[in-house]
Design a protein around this ligand. Sequence first.
Ligand code: ACM
Length: 749
Amino acid sequence: MKISNWIWSIIAVLSLNVCNLNASTVQPDKNLGIIPQPTQVTLKNANASMQMLKVYIPAQWYSSYYSTLFAEVNAVQLSTQKEANVVLIEHPNLLPEHYQLDINQDRVIIKASNAKGFQYGLVSLAQMVQYLGFPLPQVSIEDAPKFGYRGMHLDVSRHFFTIDEVKQHLDYLAYYKFNRFHWHLTDDQGWRIEIKKYPKLQEIAAYRDETLIGHYSDQPHQFDGVRYGGYYTQEMIKDIVRYAADRNIEVIPEVDIPGHSQATLSAYPEFGCENKAYKAATLWGVFEDVLCPNEATFKFLEDVMDELMALFPGKYIHIGGDECPKVAWKNSAFCQELIKRENLGNEEGLQSYFIRRVAAYIQSKGREIIGWDEILEGGLAQGAVVMSWRGVDGGLEAAAQNHDVIMTPNSHCYFDYYQSEAPGEPISIGGFIPIEKVYDWDPIPSELAVEKRKYILGGQANLWTEYIKTYSHVQYMSYARGMALSETLWSSDKDYRRFLNKFEQHYNHWKKKGANVAFHIYDLKYHVQTKMGMPVQLYFDAPEQASIYYNLDDQVYNLMDGKDTMTIEKPGKYTFVASKNNQRGRPMTLDFNLHKGTRAQIQLETLPSSRYAGRGPYSLINGLYGPDSKYGGSEWLGFSGDDCIGTIELPELTSLQQVAFRFFKGEGQWIYLPSEVEVLISEDGKNFKSIHKTKDIQTNTKVASLPFSFNGEKAKFIKFVIKNHGIIEAGRQGAGYKAWLFVDEITIE
Ligand code: ACM
């Protein structure tokens, strides 16, 4: 039977028994359908009598957003003061984003101190009507956000999104009480904002000749041959800023300098360090052509900032600062002279000088700057806000220096990363950040000293669009995880089970509107444990009350009988699916290749990075291969700069035929093959003999296989020393950074 057929036949049987929850049932877990969950919900033991809500919004708190919001909720209408049964009352003592919402027998009262609080109260009310329906419960809600900065970023350089699409995005953000939209307007692949003083930015820098087809790691690179580009006129920008302000969202523009500036240089090569023709990039990655810190460049940037600040009235201007290779500055006599003259020490000092100069200009106009965490290198500009993206270290360091921080670590907040391990996901840059990881995230790192916690303003998801060409794909990558993030950033009262129930309601709402929202909440998560001399054990982290089915050799089993563990005695392709009511997760196939290592135990001297820890060291000998197409997930272990050294202990003295390794290669993501691999064996675990050692590790694809042959040598212990590539050389992707090493699986025959 085809997999899809057997799964649907299971669903058909289950659907007969589905009990439809009455839409008006008040859930005992205070599920009012509101995402993010309000701070405090006090239910009274009665329902309200209204069957229609009529809202009067006085002019000082009114915005055009309400016609959009209520357009989709038939039973909520704007009305005159006289007819209203939803009343807004000013309560000056409440904090700006704080609101109180009381549903009484025949009236709704919302109290707030300003338009923001009223908006959040009205959004909560609209969601209750949408997801609970009438009668509404009588309830008191007291609500205020945990973090003041709740952001979402969108890269419009790699792919361009229309004004209508950006407005859709702002509607989404407002619905989940986000208050910052970080608009990444410039990068190597295109400049997207009209600057009147520099028309070539529009004529030249806004376009690239063509675009990479497929993934960066697919070799050889192929291009589509189609010119691509576009930009927003200043009138369009003003329209967006107004639209966002109507939703109490501040738009933070980013002009990324001094790196990520190839498009700028294509229009104005005089701002580069070399006298040559530059082109907007057609590939993804980090490029060595960066802005030169000469006076002409600073004048250009001041002019750009003048126009930018006139368009964006908010407090913050983002000036990038990330991933700026220093090669061009090293080779430039002018830069070397500048380093000497200004006593900057080295190129890191020069980067700091660059950022400080632009920051000082922006600050002289009464604004504040934000930069990615590289702006810490060489010394932080006064007053700069740090966006911590390479994990949390940059945030910790900035907070220690009493600087404000916005947390956007690529361990939890990169929504361009995969959200499911299932095959068939749209091609993505890599990584793996499932929805529950976003939900579990705490923007305040536990290691941060209590007195420094006030510097963490909040968090933000980043959506880089190298591999995201359409707004539908933006929805797929951001909407589901965005709901989880909204609760992470807003709610003091978090509960993942309750969130999942609400998620289904919200998912259905967006589906009806035609949005492309990812649904992975019933995807199975597994864990495989090997034990000395024992068959492999498979455990599931199954959604509560779900049944798990599997198919092996065309037979369907209700495997678990309510259990969530099984023993794998037989190799082969097992396809599992979880099902609850009439919803099901996506099928997950595990192809077990049982070998001598799957009955062994393993110890690693250095643990993998917490970002890419798979399911621990056992991922290396569990009989499952990390996928050929993507790293991250349960199988691949990633080591940042570190070697992978460990020992496998077999259950008994074993005659060896082969020990094989697999490595992932993705130089665009700074993942390099190891520089050397050595295998040693021992009978007693003390005296090891080196059998194989090689530096010759190559591949034309994303995965390198490295099999070592044995002639029946006997071993109980196998030690492996896999050397990391180390610091990445100049001229290669990620130059100057630590290389990643990805390993899985070590197959022993
Ligand atoms: C970044 O992801 N380069 C900030």
